[in-house]
Design a protein around this ligand. Structure first.
Ligand code: ADP
Ligand code: MG
Length: 361
């Protein structure tokens, strides 16, 4: 198992990159702590696979170094890195049985045949394919083949890290949940460093201790699910995580007060004067629709009943926002206003969160 260090790492697929735009992965410094389970979350095309392939050695970075336990492996081949990687689509040997596919990484390393037999049996059970171990992989569904790929990724106990690149894409929804749970318990049992790439926030938040959020080739925040929810470091994190995502409005900030649509709104903390495009971000959970004329005047566009609560879609001063209301709450038709929980408001300058005065960096 290993700590993985990214040192000034960046990658461009162009031979002679001219500007930052030419980099699929912008400069990055980060330690992946030994034994932690990370999710790498971001929209399609933001650079997740590029980063994963650099860690596994399938791709050499155009800049910077990668270290395993402080040893430089930037130019070490994949095999030397002792990593298991599972891809989005199955990679199996069609002519081999399921059992031989699962045993392959162990036999390849000269493992004891008795150990191979019992370990393969155990993994076969984990992926729900105990009954099919003696079948040839050829003719199995994509779903079953992907389970074999996952099993092959999990079969070795002595790897430095386990890397998963959107491994559940072709798996049916029920089995997805099941396999994700298996991966989590595998992590608890063996304590491997795990990096799990996904574009699905639910998958990321339920799998990982720490979520690494990427946007446009850049890591914009690394945090616990709670940190991502309460203090999004970038407006993108606010939009991308949460359902619906964070509301963002233009605002003027003066100390501990924001002006939104000409109305003074109290903030949970004081701010020093900041430059750039100033905005406030507030999650729908912290927006309340009121009938007593306090707050910012709003127009109710529609109310969506989603079972346990309601999502109220509103407009203030031309900007749309969402509020979450309780199942029994009455949404006023006359003269609705919105108020914000001051503790739930974050301030942004040019899309990056501004720390309030006195907050530890
Ligand atoms: P993700 O896995 O987050 O969807 P990728 O890492 O695959 O993103 O891609 C990041 C960016 O790099 C995208 O703009 C993609 O088009 C580009 N890219 C990926 N692979 C290659 C490649 N082999 N050659 C050139 N450009 C690539
Ligand atoms: Mg990808």
């Amino acid at each position: 198992m290993a700590k993985i260090t990214l040192d000034n790492l960046a990658h461009s697929y162009f031979p002679a990159p001219k500007s930052e735009d030419d980099f699929a992965l912008k400069e990055l410094n980060h330690d992946w702590v030994d034994g932690e389970a990370y999710a790498l979350l971001g929209a399609s095309g933001c650079g997740k696979s590029t980063l994963l392939n650099i860690i596994s050695g399938l791709l050499h970075p155009s800049q910077g170094r990668i270290l395993f336990n402080d040893q430089d492996v930037t130019y070490a081949p994949t095999a030397e890195r002792n990593i298991a990687q599972v891809f989005q689509f199955p990679v199996v040997y069609d002519t081999m049985t399921v059992r031989d596919n699962l045993a392959f990484p162990l036999r390849n390393r000269g493992a004891d045949p008795n150990y191979v037999a019992s370990r393969v049996q155990q993994i076969g059970k984990m992926i729900g394919m105990e009954a099919e171990l003696d079948r040839k992989a050829r003719g199995l569904t994509a779903d079953a083949k992907q389970k074999i790929s996952l099993g092959r990724g999990m079969v070795r106990e002595d790897v430095n890290a386990l890397l998963f690149d959107e491994p559940l894409t072709v798996i049916d929804p029920h089995m997805k949940w099941e396999l994700r749970t298996q991966l989590k318990s595998l992590h608890h049992e063996f304590g491997h460093t795990m990096i799990y790439v996904t574009h699905d926030q639910t998958e990321a938040l339920t799998f990982a201790d720490k979520v690494v959020v990427m946007y446009d080739g850049r890591v914009v925040q690394i945090g616990t699910p709670q940190e991502l929810f309460e203090r999004p470091a970038h407006t993108f994190v606010g939009y991308f995580i949460g359902s619906p995502g964070m509301n963002v409005f233009d605002a003027k900030i003066d100390g501990a007060t924001a002006q939104i649509a000409g109305v003074e709104v109290p903030l949970g903390a004081g701010y020093k004067p900041a430059c750039g495009k100033l905005q406030v971000g507030v999650r729908p959970e912290y927006v309340k629709v009121t009938a007593d004329g306090t707050g910012v005047p709003a127009r109710v566009l529609r109310v969506e009943d989603v079972g346990r609560h309601k999502i109220v879609r509103l407009e203030i001063d031309g900007a749309q926002l969402s509020a979450i209301a309780g199942e029994g709450d009455v949404i006023p038709e006359m003269n609705p206003h919105v108020t914000f929980d001051p503790e739930g408001i974050n301030v942004y300058a040019d899309d990056w969160r501004v720390a309030p005065a006195g907050e530890a960096a």
